[in-house]
Design a protein around this ligand. Structure first.
Ligand code: UMP
Length: 241
């Protein structure tokens, strides 16, 4: 079986190359949404997730470009936690306020910071999102499953595991926001963020996007998409933030 595996220096490079590789390695698999997908497992290593340019304009699939920063605020500061009742979860709620069936609440990120402060090389600094007593039944269970941290050579590395990831329409924003969480935890610890590893059991592109996907891959191969790689400063100007 073929898997998408790559090491890249920056986020836009990693995301772009992951799509090219998915087009080569992926196989056609049915989905639960009455359409097919191209799909493969993926392991994407980003050596310097904060190197600039850090943003790929083609990866921002929100109502507006500003949506990228709102998504970061959703994950780190919980600006959409009021929607948990309606939608079942937010990543912020599961990571920072994981609710047990008896009503107790665990701030997994706070515990992780305490653990890493004491023992930077621990293998136990992880947080989960899955709540089997409800996620096995709900309509929209979380895609991010687990995050794992460790301080290596004075830098905070982060591994994230997703059961399912829309490679074309969500993966870049996921990677961007998760690395912001990496930076947040690194700041709490007073260390620099190090490498980032993005692991997806199913990294896929839906049939409705195949036409764009094919064009994207062609342009990526010819280097044409590099003009969509933007530094954070350039992006802020374009997005009028
Ligand atoms: O943070 C997220 C949340 C959702 N999805 C995508 C992955 C799937 O395409 C879809 C969820 O569908 P299921 O895997 O639950 O069927 O949403 C992501 O890529 N990232």
């Amino acid at each position: 079986m073929s898997i998408v595996y790559l090491e890249a220096d920056s986020l836009p490079e990693a995301w772009e190359r992951s799509l090219v590789m998915l087009s080569e390695k992926g196989v056609v698999i049915e989905t639960e949404y009455n359409e097919r997908s191209i799909d493969a497992p993926a392991v994407i290593v980003v050596r310097n997730p904060f190197s600039e340019p850090r943003i790929h304009l083609k990866g921002i699939v929100a109502g507006s470009l500003k949506g990228l920063f709102e998504y970061v605020d959703e994950i780190i500061h919980g600006i959409h936690d009021y929607l948990v009742e309606k939608f079942g979860y937010t990543y912020h709620e599961r990571l920072f306020a994981y609710r047990l069936p008896d009503g107790r609440i665990v701030n997994q990120i706070e515990k992780i910071v305490e653990k890493l402060r004491k023992t930077p090389y621990t293998r136990r600094a992880q947080a989960i999102t899955w709540q089997p007593w409800k996620d096995l039944e709900t309509e929209h269970p979380p895609c991010l499953q687990r995050i794992w941290f460790r301080v290596i050579d004075g830098k905070l590395v982060m591994h994230i595991h997703m059961r399912s990831n829309d490679a074309f329409k969500a993966a870049f924003m996921n990677m961007y926001a998760f690395t912001e969480l990496q930076r947040f935890v690194a700041n709490e610890l007073g260390v620099e963020p190090g490498r980032y590893i993005h692991i997806a059991d199913s990294y896929h592109v839906y049939e409705r996007d195949w036409k764009w996907f094919e064009k994207f891959v062609e342009q990526a191969k010819s280097g044409e998409l590099k003009r969509f790689w933007k530094t954070t400063e350039e992006f802020k100007k374009i997005a009028k933030v």
